[in-house]
Design a binder for this molecule. Structure first.
Ligand SMILES: Cc1cc2nc3c(=O)[nH]c(=O)nc-3n(C[C@H](O)[C@H](O)[C@H](O)COP(=O)(O)OP(=O)(O)OC[C@H]3O[C@@H](n4cnc5c(N)ncnc54)[C@H](O)[C@@H]3O)c2cc1C
Length: 470
């Protein structure tokens, strides 16, 4: 048996969190807010994927292009885009990949930051290099996710970009290949197209954004094609090979397409390969499954965020972290947990009300179940899908096009899911989230009067269409 060095007194904390992405930061913060001490272990940058390589830079790369496109949908506005200014603004949002301000925030919040790779080393113990951190109450694993690389002949023989290389790009490739038509592939394809790249997007499935309502992928594909993106659906990438100069050749059947950079955006998986799960009898590599209070093992091992394989979104990781923090504090104080549906210690929204915005143009803003998922869950559903043709939308942009889909549980007459597709619909999703979480009866929604003239008037059209078909 190897001797485990005894922990120094200052290496004992109520809670030890591994991974300082948005989830880990919030888990530590909520533990401290609840009167506990917390150590936060981070191997790269405090703030995680989201702050430096994912949400923030991708949205910074997209924003100017969307504003220019929106301006061009109105008469009398001249708008153009300066790629260098977009890249510079992106750099400022990611703090040039320095995490000083987040480290300062953590210390200010009373969290002890420990730099290095953290691994479980038996019950309530985390090893960071030579340092051994002991957790009096809980360990929270919040190590996020890592990209999945597909098996494509020749892929390892060429230079490829993952989302990190794309979101930190210092120049705009003239010809840009994108493999994968999920959220990351679609957003970055459009970002680079609007920054000036000629983009080819290859997707082996028949639709983009496969986990959204079908109308979302259809409208996004149509918009991308309209602006010159070559969207290939139902098309696997057979092989890739080095091309002339520094280029990369995509093999699509008999066709050959040369690109200057190739983004591989074919999904992510929970990051559990090297977190020491085997030291506590769990399987490395698999998602770290949790119950709704975030508990993975015994009464001490918790997990939250992408690592759990639940909704892989920043806001959902933060939500799970708030619940984990509160649950740990309740257990530490010997208080019973409230784990019933929508209880203080239950991540109920993970199952019923995950909001998500895909920041393409048109945006896709959705919450809850799609029609297919609701049916798979055995719910009796009726689906209302209409165009967003209301006074608010026609004022928003000339030729505004978009759609609104509402999935109704016909037994309970409440909303199970809502999807909006269109320019500027991102801010509309929270109203839908409240309606789904609150299980607001449709009869009551009639009294939620949308302001005139806003795009939200589509809510009234949805209810009218539902009633007309009743
Ligand atoms: C291109 C892109 C765009 C995205 N856009 C959005 C968006 O607009 N909105 C949205 O909600 N979501 C978006 N996401 C998803 C979002 O980034 C993730 O859901 C979110 O970052 C998950 O947070 P997390 O804290 O669970 O994990 P992460 O952010 O991945 O953080 C995990 C942290 O753990 C650290 N770590 C890992 N292993 C160890 C270890 N052994 N020891 C110490 N530290 C360790 C890592 O270095 C990292 O800092 C996007 C993702 C991508 C790839």
């Amino acid at each position: 048996m190897t001797a485990v060095p005894s922990a120094a007194a200052d290496d004992e904390f109520d809670v030890v969190v591994i991974g300082a992405g948005p989830t880990g930061e919030n888990a530590a913060d909520y533990a401290v807010r609840n009167g506990l001490t917390a150590a936060l272990v981070e191997s790269e940058l405090i703030g995680g994927e989201c702050s430096y390589w994912a949400c923030i830079p991708s949205k910074a790369l997209l924003r100017n292009g969307h504003v220019v496109a929106a301006a061009r949908r109105l008469p009398g506005i001249e708008a153009s885009l300066d790629p260098a200014a977009v890249l510079a603004r992106r750099d400022s949002f990611v703090h040039d990949l320095h995490d000083d301000s987040q480290a300062e925030w953590a210390e200010g919040a009373g969290i002890t930051v420990v730099r290095g790779v953290g691994r479980l080393d038996g019950e309530r113990t985390v090893r960071v290099g030579d340092r051994v951190l002991r957790a009096r109450h809980a360990v929270v694993v919040a190590t996020g996710s890592v990209p999945v690389r597909p098996l494509v002949e020749g892929l390892d023989s060429v230079r490829t970009w993952g989302s990190r290389e794309a979101t930190t790009a210092s120049s705009v490739p003239a010809r840009f290949g994108v493999l994968g038509g999920g959220v990351v592939g679609c957003e970055l394809a459009q970002a680079f197209s609007r920054l000036g790249s000629r983009v080819t997007l290859v997707n082996h499935g028949s639709r983009l954004l496969p986990s959204a309502e079908p109308v979302a992928g259809e409208r996004v594909a149509a918009a991308m094609r309209d602006e010159g993106i070559d969207v290939r659906l139902d098309q696997g990438l057979d092989a890739v090979s080095p091309g002339p100069g520094d280029s990369i050749v995509l093999h699509l059947g008999d066709e050959r397409i040369e690109v200057d950079e190739l983004l591989v955006a074919t999904g992510r998986r929970p990051n559990t390969d090297d977190v020491g799960l085997d030291t506590v009898g769990l399987e490395p590599g698999a998602p770290l499954a949790v119950d709704d209070s975030g508990l993975a093992l015994g009464d001490w091992l918790h997990a939250a965020g992408d690592v759990t394989g639940r909704a892989p979104l920043t806001h959902m990781g933060k939500y799970a972290a708030r619940i984990v923090g509160a649950a740990i504090a309740a257990r530490a104080a010997g208080r019973p947990l409230d784990t019933g549906p929508w209880g203080e210690h239950s991540a109920t929204a993970d199952h019923a009300a995950v909001p998500q915005v895909v920041f393409t143009d048109p945006e896709v803003a959705s919450v809850g179940l799609t029609a297919d998922r609701a049916r798979d869950a055995g719910r009796p559903v009726r689906v209302v899908e209409i165009d967003i043709a209301v006074a608010g939308s026609s004022l928003q942009a000339d030729g505004y096009t978009g759609s609104a889909t509402m999935v109704v549980d016909t037994e309970r007459e409440v909303l199970l899911g809502v999807t909006f597709v269109g320019q500027d619909v991102a801010e509309m999703v929270h109203a839908a989230t409240i309606a789904v979480v609150g299980e607001v009866p449709l009869a009551r929604l009639w009294h939620a009067v949308p302001s005139f003239p806003t795009v939200s008037e589509v809510w009234l059209r949805l209810l009218e269409t539902y009633r007309a078909g009743a």
